[in-house]
Design a protein around this ligand. Structure first.
Ligand SMILES: Nc1ncnc2c1ncn2[C@@H]1O[C@H](COP(=O)(O)OP(=O)(O)OP(=O)(O)O)[C@@H](O)[C@H]1O
Length: 505
């Protein structure tokens, strides 16, 4: 890849955002932990991230590579403090923690601040300050409260800035990154979806020449886009498997298979719903549900794929999954066990091909559009691997599945009809394992409760509930109570993530 930028991560919550901003400038970049062994010479510029640590702490992260002066370097927040402290400056605890908006009251005429004016709003988030710059560094910018807000080492393209150009509230942040990457580091802006597709097709053709590939399709965006890319490269040699685990939405299995076939994919639909539902009998613990589904999935997938004489397993892994697994904090301990195919390659002896592993979710969607995949597939809401099993609290029975499917169908259709579907990250119905008293006609009822959940989010990491017009909720609630058997009550979930999660289990 020509013109790659390296982002070394000190564990900041904003590191992925830095990468997103660089990609938005049509420049390719990769994130690695600060202590990873990377071949610096394969990059053309380096960015250092912020960090929750203080350089004053004993165990603060320190680079093991000598990077200063080798490539254009922009160090952000902790990165800037680290460079400064490491090369003879002084960093001390600030008297007051500086968090939020600040305004640049002094800006030098360095190219880093080209087209950025005095008074520009920047976003700060630090509790240490650079009190003295290293001897061979010069001051580039200040705010009223902090003097050493930006600096540069003399005679080098090595910069440090205290504020966060990657966050939205730094209004000229994108301009600053542009100045650094394009004007200073002279990187060409050639990372486009079109180029990505062209290059990926070439490399897939070369790598997979003549080999067969098997790939699990979930109906979701990632596996669909991965499948279409691979199929463009190797045609009939790609064999897809779509498993019906009986936990999909109403009519989804048939509908999605039809769409896949229409797209020219070679796909085998395996209806294993009975096997899944049987194995879930008596299981109520959420983690055990996920594990049970995962195990059956692996068995079913393995059996189906034996018929294909495959050498490769195609996967729709995307960049956030990769970052998560190499993060400086290690794979998150709290992540739920998924029924993804991560466990498959070892036991199946297949080589793994992951054509999307350098892309963020919205880039995957753009690639999908570039490949001509219909918007109805690309813009689908994320749907959990274990499906409706984790939207049925307590035991998963045929009757419970039918109830959730019907309620979900009414809710999601209403969203589509009102033109709300695409403004929402994810929506669905949850069945609670409690009965409550109601009255229908002259009869007293004692039946179940459906929760409606709809959230807005940018990346699924944080989410907020959608504030629907009451009339809309009223309409959906009426329709569910009138049409779905065993439901006498509908409630709407108004919790955000965190502290709640998007799914209930
Ligand atoms: N019903 C299924 N049949 C076949 N393969 C599946 C099925 N469900 C999931 N998979 C495979 O497992 C992978 C991970 O599943 P998961 O539900 O976590 O998807 P994801 O990471 O959200 O990706 P996607 O957007 O493809 O759904 C999918 O990308 C797909 O390859």
């Amino acid at each position: 890849m020509e013109g790659k930028v390296l982002i070394l991560d000190f564990g900041s919550q904003y590191t992925q955002l830095i990468a997103r901003k660089v990609r938005e400038l049509s420049i390719y970049c990769e994130i690695f932990p600060y202590n990873a062994d990377v071949d610096i010479d394969s990059y053309v510029a380096i960015l250092l991230s912020g960090s929750p640590y203080s350089v004053l702490e004993e165990d603060a992260p320190r680079l093991k590579l000598e990077i200063k002066g080798r490539l254009p370097l922009l160090a952000i927040c902790y990165g800037a403090q680290y460079l400064s402290a490491h090369y003879g400056g002084a960093v001390l605890k600030s008297e007051t923690r500086e968090f939020g908006r600040a305004y640049l009251s002094y800006i030098s005429d360095d190219p880093l601040f080209h087209n950025i004016d005095q008074g520009s709003q920047v976003w700060m988030s630090h509790s240490d300050s650079i009190c003295d710059l290293p001897d061979n560094a010069m001051l580039l910018a200040s705010t009223d409260r902090v003097k050493n807000v930006a600096y540069r080492f003399k005679g080098e393209e090595t910069y440090g800035i205290q504020f966060h150009p990657e966050v939205y509230h730094s209004v000229d942040g994108k301009q600053l990154l542009y100045n650094f990457l394009v004007r200073i580091a002279k990187i060409r802006q050639i990372w486009t979806t079109e180029n990505f597709v062209g290059q990926t097709l070439n490399s897939l053709k070369e790598k997979l020449s003549g080999d067969k590939v098997v790939l699990g399709l979930s109906g979701g965006v990632d596996s669909t886009v991965a499948a279409v890319l691979i199929s463009r490269a190797i045609g009939e040699n790609l064999n897809c498997i779509f498993v019906n685990n009986g936990l999909l939405r109403k009519g989804e299995f048939e509908q999605v298979i039809q769409q896949y076939v229409g797209m020219g994919l070679h796909v085998e639909g395996v209806d294993a719903s009975k096997r899944f539902i049987q194995s879930l009998e008596g299981v109520t613990d959420p983690e055990e549900k996920r594990k049970t589904i995962g195990k059956v999935f692996i068995d079913v997938f393995e059996e189906a794929s034996k018929k294909v004489d495959a050498v490769w397993l195609g996967q729709g892994t995307i960049y956030p999954d990769v970052i998560e697994s190499i993060s400086i904090k290690g794979p998150s301990a709290t992540i739920k066990s998924h029924h993804n195919v991560g466990g498959l390659p070892d036991c199946m002896n297949l080589k793994v091909i992951e054509p999307l592993k350098s892309l963020f979710k919205d880039e995957v969607r753009q690639v999908g559009a570039e490949l001509g995949i219909s918007q109805s597939l690309i813009q689908r809401h994320p749907f959990p691997g274990p499906g409706l099993a984790i939207r049925i609290l307590g035991e998963v029975t045929q009757e419970a599945i039918k109830t959730v499917q019907e309620a979900d169908f009414i809710f999601v259709n209403a969203l589509k009809k009102e033109g709300l579907y695409h403004d929402i990250w994810q929506a669905g119905a949850i069945l609670l394992p409690v009965n409550s008293v109601g009255v229908m006609g002259d009869e007293r009822t004692y039946e179940k409760c459906i929760v409606l959940r709809a959230v807005e989010s940018r990346d699924g990491m944080t989410a907020d509930w959608v504030d629907f017009p009451h009339k809309f909720l009223q309409k959906v609630s009426n329709e569910i109570i009138n049409k779905v058997k065993h439901i006498n009550r509908v409630v709407y979930d108004i919790s955000s993530k965190p502290p709640a999660t998007i799914e209930w289990e």
